[in-house]
Design a protein around this ligand. Structure first.
Ligand SMILES: *Cc1c(COP(=O)(O)O)cnc(C)c1O
Length: 364
């Protein structure tokens, strides 16, 4: 058959390596601890689940297309103007909407060497050119990013903290990055793990958005709020960007259960605080224990750690060894770490189990 007769995707699409989600593991062989997608071991707020269940009883009704209830709740809790908030079907959707809204074929989108892989996918899907910038010590390098800016640059994606490294840029550095960007370049600060960060020199981006025309902060309900299955993200952005993305998004992009559950979840401050306290206790414990048995762990401020092995073969072998014992971690070869595994901080049982298993693995 003549190739030319087949539908041809737009340029860039066939260059995309489809995103590979964290594995679920085989539950037929016993209990499985899924530590591969940075989900919370505490689950969602019971109030969020109740709210979703009530809405499900009326599944025949379209949701509120502007997700007012959810935007109001977010605005209230964070002290923001609801007009500057836009909600989405997971924050992944927002990353795509922003790329689609601001990139024309041939425009450049910047992200860093070990940055979240969705950025590359969304830049390519919008016909843009991905520009990958080297990091320094597994952390975004502001000077390197600024040096990569050209007149074709339209968007810069920065995960802060970053996944899968767990490292972060202090707010002084983020401000310096913003100050060095031309005003027509959109700076997207992806703060998916912001709630977990306990550092005096960190800020999620809210202040910067408030004081600039070209900065967006994206957030998610998938991580600390435990609602990954409902797909809820949001962004805080200047009026001009909100207006543009509102024209591009689907009219009912956030479903009714997500709106209700998200509003209840963000108002349940106790649940969020419990999750933070849990992570505060177990993140250092896991990192210390793994360091003691001779593994290098990248210092993380998120709810996960990047564990480095000596070579690709040992990361593969450790992954198989852990899987056999029911612990599913994440291979991160696609992120430029063929010798590492990413582990989500799980339940006490899971954390102790992984440390015990890796202790045995290192002896073998
Ligand atoms: C998990 C994650 C997200 C959130 O994705 P959702 O689509 O909201 O589930 C966004 N950015 C980063 C860096 C993440 O790790």
């Amino acid at each position: 058959m003549n190739e030319k007769l087949r539908p041809q995707p737009r340029p860039g699409v066939m260059d995309i390596a489809a995103y590979v989600p964290g594995k679920h593991g085989d539950t037929s062989k016993g209990k499985v601890h899924k530590l591969s997608s940075n989900e919370t071991p505490l689950g969602a707020s019971p109030e969020a689940i109740d709210a979703a269940a009530q809405v499900l009883a009326h599944a025949e009704l379209y949701p509120d297309g502007s997700a007012n209830e959810l935007r109001r709740a977010i605005a209230e809790v964070h002290g923001l103007n609801a007009d500057n908030i836009l909600c989405s079907n997971g924050s992944d959707e927002l990353l795509g909407l922003l790329a689609q809204t601001y990139l024309t074929a041939g425009d450049e989108g910047i992200f860093t060497e070990h940055g979240f892989l969705v950025y590359r996918i969304q830049i390519l899907a919008s016909g843009g050119v991905p520009v990958v910038v080297k990091e320094t010590n597994e952390r975004a390098d502001v000077d390197a990013i600024l040096a990569a800016v050209t007149e074709r640059t339209k968007i810069v994606f920065l995960a802060n903290p970053n996944n899968p490294t767990g490292t972060y840029l202090p707010f002084e550095e983020v401000r310096r990055l913003h100050a060095g960007l031309p005003s027509h370049v959109v700076l997207v600060i992806d703060a998916a793990y912001a709630e977990y960060v306990r550092r005096n020199d960190y800020e999620s981006g809210i202040e910067l958005v408030s004081s600039a025309q070209n900065v967006v902060m994206t957030r998610t309900f998938s991580k600390i709020h435990g609602l990954a299955g409902l797909r809820i993200g949001w962004m805080y952005a200047p009026a001009g960007i909100i207006d543009a993305v509102n024209r591009v998004r689907g009219p009912f992009n956030v479903n009714a259960m997500a709106i209700a559950a998200g509003a209840a979840a963000i108002r349940d401050r106790n649940h969020v605080e419990e999750a933070v306290a849990f992570n505060e206790a177990w993140l250092p414990w896991v990192a210390d224990e793994l360091t003691k048995i001779g593994l290098r762990v990248t210092p993380s401020v998120g709810n996960f750690v990047l564990i480095h092995f000596i070579e690709t073969r040992s990361a593969e072998a450790a992954d198989a060894f852990l899987t056999e014992r029911g612990f599913i971690l994440r291979r991160v070869t696609g992120y430029g770490f063929p010798n590492a595994l990413r582990m989500t901080i799980g339940s006490e049982e899971a954390n102790r189990g992984v440390v015990e298993a890796l202790t045995d693995f290192m002896k073998a």
